[in-house]
Design a protein around this ligand. Structure first.
Ligand SMILES: Cc1cc2nc3c(=O)[nH]c(=O)nc-3n(C[C@H](O)[C@H](O)[C@H](O)COP(=O)(O)OP(=O)(O)OC[C@H]3O[C@@H](n4cnc5c(N)ncnc54)[C@H](O)[C@@H]3O)c2cc1C
Length: 304
């Protein structure tokens, strides 16, 4: 209910204008690791120093034309280059709408392929984030196509709030692949997504367990301590090898918990976003937690 309200309000042009002006000072910087790639690499170094890996995201989605899509693709090639040159322990996460998918599927495909080819060249890895449900089919289709060419260098995300995710997981797991399981961050209708948090949580654990049982490499993307406890119980009871899964959290959320998992010898990774185009990403983080609404309120007051 809260999430729906925030995601709805955020589309309002007045709210967006005010937040874009003030949001970075008033809270967005907590979730965003700087504006430039150089700043982001320094943040990665620091996180790596705690024994935690990183997945780097250049903020942006829904580009307006081919030039913007190409620039987005070039930025990912530069990120893979910078990761290689600097020697930090990081892969990349990207959104296909940033690669032009919403305007022309072919752009989405060619840009994705070029990025995954570069990642394969450097023996690195690309995670395709999952966006809102109109893009689920095409994202999974392009993932399957590029994964067939570079099986070790690309993975995708499944969202526990979608009814379809269990079927997608089963279909895609033959042969086993690499999935990040998350609850889901977009505004979705009840026709496609569980409206109740309890159902999403149960489906989350079910997806993680089934993904592990099907032999996939499974990235457990959540800050939910209760669910992490349920996953840990499952991996111990079923002797799931520690190199077959990892825990992932977002930059600015839950780092102490992630670090304690790293200290216990689990593979761990922080999702680090950087760049100028932080608005949509920040709004989703606010929508996840009522306390973050304070930043919203402050930004609105400051704008008047
Ligand atoms: C690594 C990673 C990658 C992701 N990739 C995607 C993706 O590709 N597509 C997609 O739809 N979603 C993605 N998400 C977001 C995800 O869908 C959820 O919206 C988000 O993780 C919040 O859900 P939760 O599992 O942490 O559980 P919740 O039940 O939302 O939160 C559990 C607890 O975590 C803490 N917490 C959670 N969120 C916040 C926050 N924003 N600020 C402060 N505290 C917080 C709070 O203490 C809260 O009580 C990703 C999340 C992670 C961690």
């Amino acid at each position: 209910m809260f999430r729906e309200a925030v995601l709805g309000l955020a589309g309002n042009p007045v709210v967006k204008g005010t937040l874009t002006r003030y949001g970075m000072q008033l809270g967005a910087s907590r979730f965003v690791a700087g504006r430039t790639l150089t700043e982001a690499i320094e943040v990665i170094r620091e996180i790596n120093g705690s024994g935690v890996m990183v997945t780097l995201d250049h903020l942006g989605e829904a580009v307006r034309d081919e030039k913007e899509a190409q620039a987005a693709k070039d930025s990912y090639l530069a990120m893979l280059e910078a990761i290689h040159q600097s020697g930090v322990n990081a892969n990349v996460s990207l959104k296909l709408t940033m690669m032009g998918l919403a305007l022309d599927e072919q752009w989405g495909w060619t840009h994705l392929l070029e990025i995954v080819e570069k990642a394969a060249f450097y023996e690195n890895f690309v995670r395709i984030d999952m966006e809102d449900s109109p893009y689920t089919d095409v994202t999974l289709r392009l993932y399957e196509k590029v994964q067939a060419l570079h099986p070790e260098n690309v993975g995708v995300v499944l969202q526990a709030y979608l009814y379809r995710s269990v079927d997608d997981l089963r279909y895609l797991s033959n042969p086993p692949k690499n999935f990040r399981i998350v609850k889901g961050a977009y505004r979705e209708p009840v026709s496609v997504a569980f409206p109740s948090k309890a159902d999403v949580d149960d489906n989350y654990v079910r997806l993680v367990q089934e993904s592990m049982q099907l032999g996939n490499y499974t990235a457990v993307g959540t800050h939910d301590e209760r669910l992490i406890g349920r996953v840990l119980k499952f991996v111990h009871e079923n002797n799931v090898p520690r190199d077959r899964f990892e825990f992932q959290m977002l930059y600015g959320v839950g780092f102490n918990l992630l670090k304690s998992l790293a200290d216990q010898g689990y593979r761990t990774r922080v999702y680090v976003p950087y760049g100028e185009d932080w608005y949509a990403y920040y709004v989703r983080r606010v929508a996840e937690r009522p306390a973050n609404l304070l930043f919203f309120a402050r930004a609105l007051v400051a704008g008047k």
